[in-house]
Design a protein around this ligand. Structure first.
Ligand code: PLP
Length: 383
């Protein structure tokens, strides 16, 4: 008998009360102004700057274009050191900028780029380090900055999983030169599609804002080859409505996280790898994902078996980030993409599983899912 009558997915978009959104749509209709830095856009930019604790912020139509423009704004070229354990957008943005991604292995605990290896990957062509705060675990921002300073490199963070995170009470977006946030529907805070860049340098503001609007400075001047990366008023209004619900969503997820932790963290062979507490710094977490790692020897069955069994029971988990970016046909020829250069990433990618995690799940749902997982222990190595 299948317990869940309807499929349970990894996430569901956080939707505001529709009447709240309609009020904002009426404002837009009255203004007859749909895009190009309108009132909703200005207000969302201001609210997010406050929420993310960052001095400068620019909004975008999605996170990938935002990251493209981050790379353009710093005039990066040659090689950029990054992680193979991420969403395709991260290395693709480098490729679209004519830059060679150099894959660096990951840390076995945080699953982020291993700062102790970065230095050995630097060549005369290296211009930057592109880290990803995977599953809301921050990269080793202090060590990465120290290496960047020593070699004169830029630092960009893909902070798509790190909305609202803080390190030692500082917004995560204030580390490195530029951080990218994604506001895709599957992210904790979203604008259906959308994104932002956060940065500390006031001189980047003009350049980034020109780049996202065709390089247009005014009616008579186009100052650089820009692209169209603008967030429109309907997206911004949705963001303003969703933002009001974020705090409540996080408190619901905190309870669910604690339930997962209570039922899974003691199980031999299972490690919870989101919201890690392995840092010397004080971390405020994003509560965006609930990810576990399954050690097939200790747990007595593989990640793929757990994935398939849950699926048979209407629970649709995700194997983020399988396959590794270094295994895509477009990157596997790169020397640093070889499995021998990335032993930890190649092990981890067979072990991680992203479990259902969103405010509308009940504690009982989580208990049922955890009990299913626990029942698979020692059920063999079937694929
Ligand atoms: C979601 C995501 C992106 C892409 O963001 P979009 O807004 O969908 O373009 C990039 N990197 C990571 C790690 C992501 O999870």
């Amino acid at each position: 008998m299948i317990y869940f009558k309807k499929p349970i997915y990894v996430t569901r978009p956080l939707l505001p009360d529709l009447t709240k959104y309609v009020v904002k749509l009426e404002e837009i209709w009255n203004e007859k102004y749909l895009t190009n830095n309108g009132n909703q856009h200005k207000l969302l930019e201001k609210e997010l700057k406050r929420h993310l604790n960052v001095p400068y912020l620019s909004l975008f139509n999605n996170g990938t274009i935002a990251l493209m423009i981050a790379v353009q704004s710093l005039r990066l070229a040659g090689e950029v050191i990054t992680t193979p354990f991420t969403f395709p957008a991260t290395p693709h943005v480098l490729a679209w900028n004519g830059i060679k991604p150099v894959f660096c292995d990951i840390d076995i605990t945080t699953l982020n780029i291993n700062a102790d290896i970065i230095e050995s990957m630097i060549t005369p062509q290296t211009t930057a380090i592109l880290g990803v705060h995977v599953f809301g675990n921050p990269c080793d921002v202090h060590k990465i900055q120290e290496i960047a300073n020593r070699y004169g490199l830029r630092v960009i963070y893909d902070a798509a999983h790190a909305f609202g995170m803080k390190i030692n009470n500082r917004g995560i977006g204030t580390y490195g030169d530029i951080s990218m946030f994604s506001f895709h529907a599957t992210k904790l805070f979203h604008t259906a599609e959308g994104g932002a860049l956060a940065y500390n340098d006031v001189y980047l503001k003009d350049r980034i804002d020109y780049l996202k609007n065709f390089g247009i400075k005014n009616e008579e001047e186009v100052v650089m080859p820009g692209i169209n990366g603008k967030m429109n008023e309907l997206q911004a209004a949705l963001g303003l409505s969703v933002l009001e619900y974020v705090e409540d969503e996080i408190s619901k997820r905190t309870v669910l996280f604690d339930t997962y932790k209570r039922l899974l963290s003691e199980v031999e062979g299972i490690t919870i790898c989101s919201n890690m507490s392995c840092y010397p710094d004080e971390i405020v977490h994003s509560y965006q994902y609930l990810v576990i790692k399954i050690d097939k020897e200790l747990f007595g069955c593989t990640r793929d078996y757990v994935y398939a069994q849950l699926r048979n029971n209407n629970v649709f988990t995700r194997k983020y980030f399988y396959p590794l970016c270094s295994d895509y046909p477009c990157y596997k020829h790169i020397i640093t993409a070889s499995a021998s250069n990335l032993p930890i990433a190649n092990t981890i990618v067979k072990e991680v599983l992203c479990l259902p995690f969103y405010g509308d799940l009940t504690i009982n749902d989580v208990e049922v899912i955890c009990n299913m997982i626990r029942s698979y222990r020692n059920s063999g190595f079937s694929k």
